[in-house]
Design a binder for this molecule. Sequence first.
Ligand code: ADP
Ligand code: MG
Ligand code: MG
Length: 486
Amino acid sequence: MASTRFDFSKWPPALSDTQLEALTLYATTYALSHSLLYLPPAQFQPPIPSSAIHAPLSLFPSPVPRRLFDLARRLQSSYNILYARIATDVEFLDKVMGTVEGVGRVDDFVGQLWMGWKRLRDEGMIQPLQLGLFRSDYLLHAGAGGESVSLKQVEFNTISSSFGPLSQRTAVLHRYLYATTSYYNAFPSMKAGDFPANDTTAGLVEGLAAAHAAYGAKGAKILFVVQPGERNVFDQRLLEYELLEKHSIPVLRQTFDQLATSTSLDLSTRVLSIAGAEISVVYFRAGYAPTDYPSPVHYETRFLLERARAIKCPSIALQLAGGKKVQQVLTQPGMLERFLGDADLAELRATWMEMWALEEGVQRARDAAAGLVLKPQREGGGNNVYKEAIPPFLDGLPPAERAAWIAMELILPPEGMGGYLVRSGNDAVRAEVVSELGIFGWALFGGADGTVEEKEAGWLVRTKGKESNEGGVATGFSVLDSILLV
Ligand code: ADP
Ligand code: MG
Ligand code: MG
């Protein structure tokens, strides 16, 4: 059937100033009432928080073609299994991320993590099971010419995949705005069925609870490892409350600094405990960036947790599997087959952009700079080099460090799409935007029989102003959003 093509440049529909003001009031009040919140910057906050601000948000959901949303969700199961298998392929990870042949040679952070993992492997690890709470991120790709819009993967996150609970709330916020205002009939074909359900909190917690059950100790607690001064606490706390309320599993929250003195590890059983409570699962919402390890003690704390019997989410192996280098190596012939056998992989592969190792194609990167992004092995936003910044960056990059970077073709989102974005304390602004879709999933794996227990776990949309290369709600460039199926 020939489907009518959605015209992204006509989005969002026009509203009057009065309508926009009313919608903003409905949205911010709803957000403040429903934990769609952030802590204000530290200078406005006593040590024990006494106030919160609403998270940055979009007033309208963003249009996503139904077939591409269905595709992204369908692929999640394959991605869950793929990354579970990568994390258990020690030979592959050593080669790609290790300090002998891999990225660890030139990237100190990757090298530190890999060497710590290697040392623990040589000593003998006690817990084969690993848990991943993943998020596969995509942009819509309009391409150069008249072809229809397609789904392209930005990256696959294996550590600290955030904004599950807040994006669930953003989806409900948009449903509420529609139910309350009908969006002033500015887009008359909109119907309630075009707002997909989004059950991230229950989905992600199901993964944590599955790992807790697999650990199998009555009275044990789950440990959340968090950053000091974290402003996105409500997104984390909502997981914690769900664990307690729906699964009767208590949670402890600690920073690496606190863990350096609070933990004890029984050397014969490798049971990890904190203040007398046994820890079943260690869930990292910290530890993904070098700044989380300001001293060798911080690395030693990470390795102590890795040594323990508790199930790690993620293990160091799974964290390394999430490196951009792995994403690039997967595009090489035969690599996907190594992990997923002879399943029909065309659909999965069709979501990838062209990628190559920077060390193997510096001139190619210079020539193609206008349509390219360079990425190092980092998470959390703000680390990539784009377009015209690439040639001068390459001029200054010591050749030995090229091995730490990959080159990736830029995804080209539909031109002219707009949004109404609201930041705490400000009026809504209409801006040209780009929306990034993330699909959450979890996997529990590593047992002797090789099975991977896995599920899709809801979705996220973050929308950024078009002029900003990077997304990242936490880094201040984008807002939380949801989906209107078109
Ligand atoms: P991080 O792990 O730091 O989030 P990403 O690979 O997600 O790194 O890159 C950060 C942001 O840069 C993305 O959210 C997206 O906005 C932009 N970006 C990354 N890769 C591409 C690409 N190939 N095409 C267009 N934009 C990209
Ligand atoms: Mg990202
Ligand atoms: Mg990332």
